[in-house]
Ligand binder design. Structure first.
Ligand code: ATP
Length: 302
C-alpha cells in the first residue's frame, strides 16, 4: 500500500498537474486534505520537503531525441540549447513544435530516447526525483484558482511558509493591491464560490504559489488568454523580478515577454532553428519575424 501511495504521490506531486486534476474533479481543497493524509504515512516525503533551496539552475539539452511511445512519431528530433542560470529565457514556435515537451522532459515525466539533459551541470537522470521536484516549479497556462481562501490557494503546497514569506511572495507578484481590495484580505474566499479573479490575477496567484516553494528553475507556460494592458505590464514586471534570482524558462505567447527575455529559443518541428535576442532574431530569422508580427505572439488588449 505504501509503495502504491508513494507511486501516487510522485504521479500527482508536480503542482501544476495537481491543480489541474483538482479542478477537473472540482474537489478543490478536499483533495489537498487527502494528499496531506497520504503524506502523513511513515516514510513519505512531506510537502514541506518539496521546498527547494539553492542557486538558480542552468539547463542544457544536447541532441535530445524523444517520442511519446514506440509507435508514436518523433517529437524532439535532436534538440540542443542552453539556458544559463538566472535570467529569463523564452521558448517560442508554432503549435506542435515541441515546447511543452521540453517542460515534460525537464520535469522528468519522460526520458529521452537519446541525447542528454543537464540541470546545474548534472545529468537529469542522476538527480534524486524528490530533489528535482522541489527544485523545478511549474506554472501552467490559464492556472486555475481553487475554491478556498486566497491564503489557502497560496500556501497549500508550502504549509510551513511564514507570514513574512506569504507577504513577500504577494509583493513580488504585485498582488498586494488585490489583497487590499478584497473584503477579507487573504482570508477572502476565491474561486467558483468566492470572488472571481481576472486571468492576469490568476496567473500571478499561481506564480506566487510557486515562489513560496522557492524553485531554482521556474517553468512558466504563459496564458494565451488576452490580458488588458495593465495586467500585461504587471505580468511582465513580475516575470522580470522573479528572473533576478531564479532561472525562468517561459513558453511565451506574448510579444512583451519575448522582448524582455535575455534569450529566445525558436523551435519548429521538433528542432531548435534559431536562438538569440528579440532584435537579433527579428533581423535573422524569418519564422521568428513572422511569429512576432502575427497573432502567434499576442499584444495587450488596449
Ligand atoms: P503547443 O503550442 O500547441 O502547446 P508545443 O510546441 O508545446 O505545442 P508539444 O505540446 O510539445 O508542442 O507537442 C509536440 C508533439 O507531441 C505534438 O505532435 C503533440 O501532439 C505530441 N504530444 C504532446 N504531448 C503528448 C502526450 N502526452 N502524448 C502523446 N503525444 C503528445
Amino acid at each position: 500500500l505504501i509503495a502504491f501511495l508513494l507511486y501516487l504521490f510522485y504521479l500527482v506531486a508536480p503542482i501544476g498537474q495537481l491543480v489541474q486534476s483538482f479542478t477537473q474533479l472540482q474537489n478543490g481543497l478536499a483533495a489537498i486534505t487527502r494528499i496531506r493524509e497520504i503524506e502523513e504515512l511513515p516514510g513519505e516525503p512531506t510537502v514541506a520537503a518539496l521546498r527547494a533551496d539553492g542557486p538558480p539552475i542552468g539547463v542544457t539539452f544536447d541532441d535530445v531525441v524523444f517520442r511519446y511511445g514506440d509507435d508514436r512519431p518523433i517529437v524532439h528530433d535532436g534538440v540542443s540549447f542552453e539556458v544559463r542560470a538566472g535570467g529569463l529565457s523564452a521558448l517560442v514556435g508554432p503549435s506542435g513544435a515541441g515546447k511543452s515537451t521540453v517542460f515534460a522532459l525537464l520535469e522528468r515525466f519522460y526520458s529521452p530516447l537519446s541525447g542528454n539533459i543537464t540541470m546545474s551541470g548534472r545529468d537529469i537522470r542522476d538527480w534524486d526525483l524528490a530533489e528535482l521536484r522541489a527544485a523545478v516549479g511549474y506554472v501552467e497556462q490559464d492556472a486555475p484558482v481553487l475554491d478556498g481562501t486566497l491564503r489557502e490557494n497560496l500556501t497549500f503546497a508550502a504549509p510551513d511558509a511564514t507570514e513574512a514569506e506569504v507577504r513577500h511572495s504577494l509583493a513580488r507578484t504585485k498582488l498586494d493591491d488585490l489583497v487590499a481590495r478584497l473584503p477579507e484580505g487573504l482570508e477572502t474566499q476565491v474561486g467558483h464560490r468566492g470572488v472571481l479573479l481576472s486571468g492576469g490575477e490568476r496567473q500571478r496567484v499561481a506564480i506566487a504559489r510557486a515562489l513560496l516553494r522557492r524553485p531554482r528553475l521556474l517553468l512558466l507556460d504563459e496564458a494565451t488568454s488576452q490580458l488588458d494592458a495593465v495586467n500585461e505590464l504587471r505580468l511582465r514586471e513580475v516575470i522580470a523580478e522573479v528572473a533576478t534570482d531564479t532561472t525562468v524558462l517561459v513558453i511565451a505567447h506574448r510579444l512583451s515577454t519575448v522582448t524582455g527575455a535575455d534569450r529566445i529559443i525558436v523551435m519548429e518541428s521538433g528542432r531548435v532553428r534559431a536562438t538569440g535576442t528579440h532584435a537579433e532574431l527579428l533581423a535573422d530569422d524569418d519564422l521568428y519575424r513572422e511569429l512576432a508580427t502575427t497573432q502567434f505572439l499576442a499584444t495587450a488588449t488596449p
